[in-house]
Design a protein around this ligand. Sequence first.
Ligand SMILES: C[N+](C)(C)CCCC[C@H](N)C(=O)O
Length: 282
Amino acid sequence: HPLVTTGALGLVLGHPFDTVKVRLQTQTTYRGIVDCMVKIYRHESLLGFFKGMSFPIASIAVVNSVLFGVYSNTLLVLTATSHQERRAQPPSYTHIFLAGCTGGFLQAYCLAPFDLIKVRLQNQTEPRAQPGSPPPRYQGPVHCAASIFREEGPRGLFRGAWALTLRDTPTVGIYFITYEGLCRQYTPEGQNPSSATVLVAGGFAGIASWVAATPLDVIKSRMQMDGLRRRVYQGMLDCMVSSVRQEGLGVFFRGVTINSARAFPVNAVTFLSYEYLLRWWG
Ligand SMILES: C[N+](C)(C)CCCC[C@H](N)C(=O)O
């Protein structure tokens, strides 16, 4: 289906932005977005921007099905109305928020191992296949997963999962509230939102939820990178405190600009697919 293709394309085109975000959040060698992009391009070529992309592509369908499936089923239980009836009897924002939080909470658990591997691969700065230079620690996603499993045990695959859950539970609530709120604002009573409305509302829902999610996103990424060699942080709180001590409060908004630029198109397309699927299967 074209929408699935567009969704996958959005993910591919958005990935370079995500790589820059992750590096800005976890490494101190970059002075900003442009500096980071230039350095990646010089040392690792264009391929450097696409490190760690295969697992997100492979898992997006599952992760988004859990997110949107749990959300819409929770809403169904809370409001006792089907999707069609819902245009006539819109659910309350409390219900939307609660259903979003439930979806975010469950989605975080499915996402955690894939996200960990993505972040570890994105942070490998070695250029690909340079004869003579030492090879990167992880040769690819499967090797990365197997190495983490071997070196850190099965729980190692869930490093940073707690921070990820805390990041996603409330902010997926915000995601759906923003989306529904904007759709209602710009749609005549009792009608379905137009495609343009869905795209714009979805884009802004992505940005709003990511802005709210950024502080815990930074902590999550740092927890995921911790333990690569020796462990630096005692836990999430320790990671927050020492990050703020060393880098100031601004640390909580690392990567927010580039991530917002990525989030608008990616989430616009995501919500458009969601609305289409609901109308078909309703
Ligand atoms: C709630 N939080 C902001 C964390 C995520 C919301 C949507 C995530 C989306 N798949 C994306 O990659 O942008």
